[in-house]
Write a protein that binds this ligand. Sequence first.
Ligand SMILES: Nc1ncnc2c1ncn2[C@@H]1O[C@H](COP(=O)(O)OP(=O)(O)OP(=O)(O)O)[C@@H](O)[C@H]1O
Length: 347
Amino acid sequence: MATSLTFRSRDSGMGERSLEQIIGSSAALGAVLAKVDLVAPTDSTVLVLGETGTGKELVARAVHNLSRRAGRPFVKVNCAAIPFDLLESELFGHERGAFTGAIAQKIGRFEMADTGSLFLDEIGDIPLALQSKLLRVLQEQEFERLGSGRTHRINVRLIAATHRDLAGMIARSEFRSDLYYRLNVFPVVLPPLRNRKSDIPELVSYFVRILSQRMGKPIQQVPPETMAAFASYTWPGNVRELQNLVERAVILSCDGVLPNPLPINHQDTVAVICNSTNLKEVDRALILQALEAADWVIGGPVGAAAKLGLNRTTLAYKMNKLGLVRPIRMRSAVPPEGIDHAESTAT
Ligand SMILES: Nc1ncnc2c1ncn2[C@@H]1O[C@H](COP(=O)(O)OP(=O)(O)OP(=O)(O)O)[C@@H](O)[C@H]1O
């Protein structure tokens, strides 16, 4: 069953964007999408929480596109990307001469989003000084441009997102509790990718299809060892990191086969070992680490078998069982004479 919420997205003044999808069939993502379905048709404020790259913006757009405001503007502001002293005028606009450099009147994002939705991304980065003004506009739906006494009334639905721990910020007096309560009407928490690994194969196929088409490099096969490497990684950058690594793998691919683009380093291995209760996963991580360190040489005094304290045939047998072969990208290198490389014994 594919839990893919399909929708057309509109940006303010940008016209219709391409079809976008939220991919994944895990129960964890299904629960999130069910909440999106519930809250979208209401006009309530939505707070999207989750680590970086988990799809918060995608969910914010889905809320808008599934709401009655769908044909209206969807305006996004990344509060972390705009310098503190410019953020107020970006949000609320200013009159000519309101401050040095305000050479013309400027319409703020709240006004641009009127009748539609305003997506405040990285809301945890909004300076304390601005938080009270934001609270007022959320409560009263009115504000003044900088340098003006005229009050503007607007009708905006707010969707906010952050990867920060807002409750912790309140405890440190970095975030106003009254604003938090106003924002936290309907929280939607996106689980990290490492907690919904069953979504990985679907996401990989989706990104492979899109990226291979875009690059004109058809991919016919994602080998089990590439998928296994994706499955055992912990994805600190979540779906964004997966997307970028699939892109790297498509670039590196030859003969229509997707290579494993993950660098095997000690940290990854330690992460797998620490997070795993599965002996096979730990075996795989340790063997991969040794193979990478030995440049995929199996036998001989500097080979992976010696590093692991195994004989060459035992290691080759284990590699076969785990489906481990040398990544495609390294196969062009000619092995030094007398040394057997992983591909010749494990395939
Ligand atoms: N379930 C998903 N299906 C398809 N693509 C996804 C999914 N989740 C995330 N993505 C893609 O991953 C990338 C990051 O997603 P998005 O920008 O929504 O994350 P975010 O949580 O808002 O990140 P940040 O906190 O860094 O702003 C985007 O290219 C998005 O299209």
